[in-house]
Design a protein around this ligand. Structure first.
Ligand SMILES: NC(=O)C1=CN([C@@H]2O[C@H](COP(=O)(O)OP(=O)(O)OC[C@H]3O[C@@H](n4cnc5c(N)ncnc54)[C@H](O)[C@@H]3O)[C@@H](O)[C@H]2O)C=CC1
Ligand SMILES: O=C([O-])CC(=O)C(=O)O
Length: 315
C-alpha cells in the first residue's frame, strides 16, 4: 500500500500593524516555531523592513518559519488568525478612550479588508480602547461572536502576578491571578481568587497591601506610558497576545481572561468585556461564569456601562 501523502499546510498568522506590539509578536510567533507570519502595515517599507530584520535574527536562532512584510492585503489571504495591533498608542496624559475615534477608523478599515480574504480566521484584537475596538471589529467582520476576541486580561493578570511576586519577594511563576472587566480604570483584579500555588494571597498579604497592588494593576498601562513618555508597553502585551495566538493555533483550550462576547452571562448582553474564557482553534469555546460577590458584580457592571458609553459615541 502506498503511503498516503497529506498536505500539512503551515498555520498562517497575519499581524496587522507592524509597530511595537506587532513586531514583537511576529518575532515570538516565528521564534517559537508556531506559524508563518505576514506583517501588514499601511506605512510603505516598514513591515518589509521589520520582516527582513526578523528573518536575519532567526537565521542566527535557527528556524525556518516564513516571515513576510507587506502593504498589500492579498498577501494575508487564508490566514488562520488575524491579529489587529494597528492604531495609535496613547501618550502621557491620555486615557485609552482618547484613542476611540482615530483607532475606530483604523480598526474598521483593516478588519473589513483582512476578513474579506480570510473569512475562516479567528480575529484577535489588541488595539485600544480594547473592549470597544473588539466590539467594533466583531460588527464590521460579520463573524459569529465566538470567532472574535480581545487581548487584555492575560496582560492585566500578568501585571497583578508580577506586583504580588515583587511584594512577596517570590517567583511570579507560582502566582495565579485573574482580572475581569474592561481594559481600563474599572478593571476588576480578583485577590480572593489569586493564589501562590494554592495559598490564597489574602493569607499572605495585608488588606492594605492588596489594595495597593490592585490599584497599581489598574494603572499598570499608565505607569509604563508615563515612564516611556512617547508610547505604551509592548513586551508584556506581545507576550500576552502570543499566549492567546498559541492557544488558538495549537488548539490548547487554555482558560484565561479575555474580552469575549456576552449574551446574558454575568447579567450582561451584547458587549465584549474581560471574563474567563476557554480558547482553541474554533475561537472562544466557552465563557466561564464565576460566582462573584455583589460588589464585584457592581464593578463589572460599571465597567460594562463605561464600555457601552464609548460604543454609543461611535454612533
Ligand atoms: N490590549 C492591550 O492590552 C494593549 C493594547 N495596545 C494598543 O495596541 C496598539 C498598537 O500599539 P503599538 O504597537 O505600541 O503602536 P505602534 O505605533 O508602535 O504601532 C502601530 C502600528 O499601526 C500601524 N497602522 C496605523 N494605521 C494603520 C492602518 N490603517 N493599517 C495598518 N497599519 C496601520 C502604524 O503604522 C504602526 O506601525 C495601540 O492602540 C495600543 O494602545 C498596546 C498594548 C497593550
Ligand atoms: O496603556 C496603554 O495604553 C497600553 C495598554 O493597554 C497597556 O499597556 O495596558
Amino acid at each position: 500500500m502506498p503511503t498516503q501523502i497529506q498536505d500539512y499546510r503551515s498555520p498562517k498568522v497575519t499581524v496587522i500593524g507592524a509597530g511595537n506590539v506587532g513586531g514583537m509578536l511576529a518575532q515570538r510567533i516565528a521564534k517559537e516555531n508556531l506559524a508563518d507570519v505576514v506583517l501588514y502595515d499601511v506605512v510603505e517599507g516598514k513591515p518589509q523592513g521589520i520582516a527582513l530584520d526578523l528573518l536575519q535574527a532567526h537565521a542566527i536562532s535557527n528556524h525556518d518559519r516564513k516571515i513576510s512584510g507587506t502593504n498589500d492585503y492579498s498577501d494575508t489571504k487564508d490566514s488562520d488568525v488575524i491579529v489587529v495591533t494597528a492604531g495609535l498608542p496613547r501618550k502621557e496624559g491620555m486615557s485609552r478612550n482618547d484613542l476611540l475615534k482615530i483607532n475606530a477608523g483604523i480598526v474598521q478599515d483593516v478588519v473589513k479588508n483582512a476578513i474579506a480574504l480570510s473569512p475562516h480566521a479567528i480575529l484577535l484584537i489588541v488595539t485600544n480602547p480594547l473592549d470597544v475596538m473588539t466590539y467594533l471589529a466583531w460588527q464590521v467582520s460579520g463573524l459569529p461572536p465566538h470567532r472574535v476576541v480581545g487581548m487584555a486580561g492575560v496582560l492585566d493578570a500578568a501585571r497583578f502576578q508580577t506586583f504580588i511576586a515583587m511584594e512577596l519577594k517570590t517567583s511570579s511563576a507560582d502566582i495565579y491571578t485573574t482580572v475581569l472587566g474592561g481594559h481600563g480604570d474599572l478593571m476588576l483584579p480578583l485577590p480572593r481568587l489569586s493564589t501562590v500555588n494554592g495559598v490564597p494571597i489574602t493569607q499572605l498579604l495585608s488588606e492594605d497591601a492588596i489594595a495597593r497592588l490592585v490599584e497599581r494593576t489598574r494603572n499598570g498601562g499608565a505607569e509604563i506610558v508615563k515612564l516611556l513618555k512617547n508610547g505604551s508597553a509592548y513586551f508584556a502585551p506581545s507576550a500576552a497576545t502570543y499566549k492567546m495566538v498559541e492557544s488558538i493555533i495549537s488548539d490548547r483550550h487554555r482558560i484565561f481572561p479575555a474580552a469575549a462576547y456576552l449574551s446574558g452571562e454575568y447579567g450582561l448582553k451584547n458587549i465584549f468585556i474581560g471574563v474567563p474564557i476557554q480558547l482553541g482553534r474554533q475561537g472562544v469555546e466557552k465563557v466561564i461564569e464565576l460566582q462573584l460577590t455583589d460588589q464585584e458584580i457592581a464593578t463589572l457592571h460599571a465597567s460594562a456601562a463605561s464600555i457601552q458609553e464609548n460604543i454609543n459615541l461611535l454612533g
